[in-house]
Design a protein around this ligand. Structure first.
Ligand code: PMP
Length: 403
């Protein structure tokens, strides 16, 4: 008799559970539902014309149709070295590793840095995809609180002191953080705190993974320095992606990291996919080298900045006072905190019945907390739907809170 499939799955595969969130999201697939749940860029912000112009030349280059090196296409790595210099990050081409999305970088970093039971320091909440990627290695988490200016430095210091006091520092592998336009919390670390964080990580000898997919999407306020640009000890692994400044479907992203780490990363990546798609890497290189990117980012900022404004204005008008949220200056999300007694998983069916949806915030808590929170995406719905959706959501929240 044939063995049941679950007897064949590995222990880590058997730990993968059907996510409650995915099940809830199925309810939102009806066309009449206005969904703030996804994290998708808007197709109106895709540079279709530029891709049309670049692609024929790339097809004419057979290297773009061949396997490439695991590190990435030299033209793209070279263009990224120049781009990083404009952000005050000086590095060599050898420090730049191309990945199949930043999601792959998180996965491979987990594989090469974590043993089971190792400790990850991260924000509370944190990026769900990072929890999923690191989850294969069965890590533990030490969680740092955030306020409207992101990481609370005193709490980071208290966590580090505690880790050292209990002798857990040998198991502490890195601090994973999205400093700019956090997913899901929307918040950004100001410069002063960035410097303090770097100082603390130097003092306590902590490696940092700076995940920066949204840094270019600033709609107001002043740019903040990358942690990588403040890094005097080569302890920051910087990640960014073309998913939000070109298109996510190309699956191209990059990492800037210390040479020894890149070497180990390459060995692991060889086992995963040999190389990132060369065709889209060449398109990415041309997109940077032809100078399209900065022009196009301006267009994206115009579209998303307007959408963010519509969402924030609608929230001010329709949301109950008890719903708290920090207004972001960029990125793709607004993070909402309801009174403690409201559970956003429990009220979800009532909300979807009004044909509007969010992502439940507890998905972003490695410790299962945050039951009273939700994440709203403003980049994907049309302008009209944002206002209508927020009105519906506000009305149903009023009803629930009045009960
Ligand atoms: N990190 C964060 C914080 C994200 O929000 C995302 C996805 N939007 C990623 C990494 C992965 O992005 P990608 O794989 O498309 O580069």
């Amino acid at each position: 008799m044939k063995k049941p499939m679950e007897n064949l799955f590995s222990d880590s595969a058997n730990k993968l559970k059907v996510s409650v969130i995915r099940e809830l999201l199925k309810l939102t697939l009806k066309p009449e539902v206005i969904s703030f749940a996804g994290g998708l860029p808007n197709p109106d912000a895709f540079p279709v014309q530029q891709i049309h112009e670049i692609t024929p030349g790339v097809i004419g280059n057979t290297n773009a149709l061949q396997y490439g090196t695991t590190e990435g296409v030299p033209e793209l790595r070279g263009a990224l070295k120049k781009r990083m210099a404009t952000k005050n990050v000086k590095c060599e081409v050898e420090n730049i590793q191309i990945t199949s999305g930043s999601q792959q970088a998180l996965d491979i970093l987990g594989r090469i840095l974590l043993n089971p039971n190792d400790l990850i320091l991260t924000t509370c909440p944190t990026y769900l995809g990072a929890i999923q990627a690191f989850g294969f290695q069965d890590p533990r988490y030490e969680l740092v609180d955030m306020d409207e200016h992101s990481v609370i430095v005193e709490d980071l210091e208290a966590r580090l002191e505690d880790i050292y006091k209990r002798g857990d520092n040998k198991r502490l592998k890195f601090f994973y953080v999205t400093p700019t336009f956090h997913n899901p919390a929307g918040v950004t670390i100001p410069e002063k705190r960035r410097k303090e964080i770097m100082e603390l990580c130097n003092t306590y000898d902590v490696l940092i993974i700076e995940d920066d997919p949204y840094g270019e999407l600033r709609y107001r306020g002043k740019d903040q320095p990358l942690l990588k640009s403040l890094d005097t000890e080569d302890r920051v692994i910087y990640l960014s992606t073309f998913s939000k400044i070109l298109v996510p479907g190309f699956r191209i992203a990059w990492m800037v990291a210390p040479t020894e780490l890149v070497k180990k990363f390459v060995m692991a990546k060889q086992a995963v996919d040999l190389c990132t798609t060369t065709f889209t890497q060449y398109i990415g290189a041309e997109y940077l080298n032809k100078g399209h990117v900065d022009q196009h980012i301006e267009k994206i900022k115009e579209i998303y900045g307007r959408k963010m404004q519509i969402m924030l204005q609608s929230m001010a008008e329709y949301f109950p006072e008890e719903a708290e949220y920090a207004e972001p200056d960029g990125g793709m999300f607004v993070w909402v905190r309801l009174p403690e007694h409201i559970n956003t998983i429990e009220i979800f069916p009532q909300v979807v019945e009004k044909n509007v949806a969010y992502v439940v915030g507890s998905a972003f808590y490695p410790n299962g907390k945050g039951l009273n929170t939700m994440r709203l995406n403003f980049t994907h719905p049309s302008d009209e739907k944002i206002e209508e959706g927020i009105k519906r959501l506000g009305n149903v929240l009023h009803q629930i809170l009045e009960k």
